[in-house]
Design a binder for this molecule. Structure first.
Ligand code: 4NP
Length: 169
């Protein structure tokens, strides 16, 4: 069914490296297609260690080098997110398992579709977005490129479900 807006939550482990990057890249791509107002985006971590912190400086740097601004501070994903978001995007299989454990059952399971980020990357060689936290800056550049390709695919997919005849102000 066509909708006016879609809400998307990007989830990784710490919410300081991969998911804030994915959030920033997705929004930047949506804005470049004139669809910035059609998506509500956020990010969260399955862990709570970095709650309240800004994104990792290496994520901020690689994003800035590509003209993408990162906003927001880290928070932990909650069960309510399954009600509040249409789509929850896991960065790796471990994140997806954590999300499945957190999610309730039956009527309490919420509406969100849980999907894998790299399922939207053409010819992805691995199902997981690698965790760059313990590596050098080259790892962040590699993650940026993976997320850029994946977010293009996700945006193509979600844009197809947007209502086209929405009246413009
Ligand atoms: P992220 O990376 O899940 O992409 O934000 C990590 C950030 C922090 C930690 C692990 C991964 N940590 O162990 O603190």
């Amino acid at each position: 069914m066509a909708t006016d807006t879609v809400s998307v939550l990007f989830v990784c482990l710490g919410n300081i490296c991969r998911s804030p990057l994915a959030e920033g890249i997705f929004l930047s791509l949506a804005e470049s297609r004139g669809l910035g107002d059609r998506f509500h985006v956020d990010s969260a971590g399955t862990g709570s260690w970095h709650t309240g912190e800004p994104p990792d400086t290496r994520s901020i740097s690689v994003a800035a080098a590509h003209g993408v601004r990162l906003v927001g501070v880290a928070r932990q994903v909650t069960r309510r997110d399954f009600d509040d978001f249409d789509v929850i995007v896991a960065m790796d299989r471990s994140n997806r398992r954590s999300l499945e454990r957190l999610r309730g059952y039956g009527a309490r399971a919420g509406k969100a579709d849980v999907v894998m980020m790299r399922a939207y990357e053409p010819r992805a060689r691995d199902p997981d977005v690698p965790d760059p936290y313990y590596g050098g800056s080259h790892g962040f550049e590699r993650v940026f490129r993976i997320l850029e390709r994946s977010c293009e695919g996700l945006l193509d997919d979600l844009s197809a479900g947007l209502r086209r005849d929405r009246p413009r102000p």
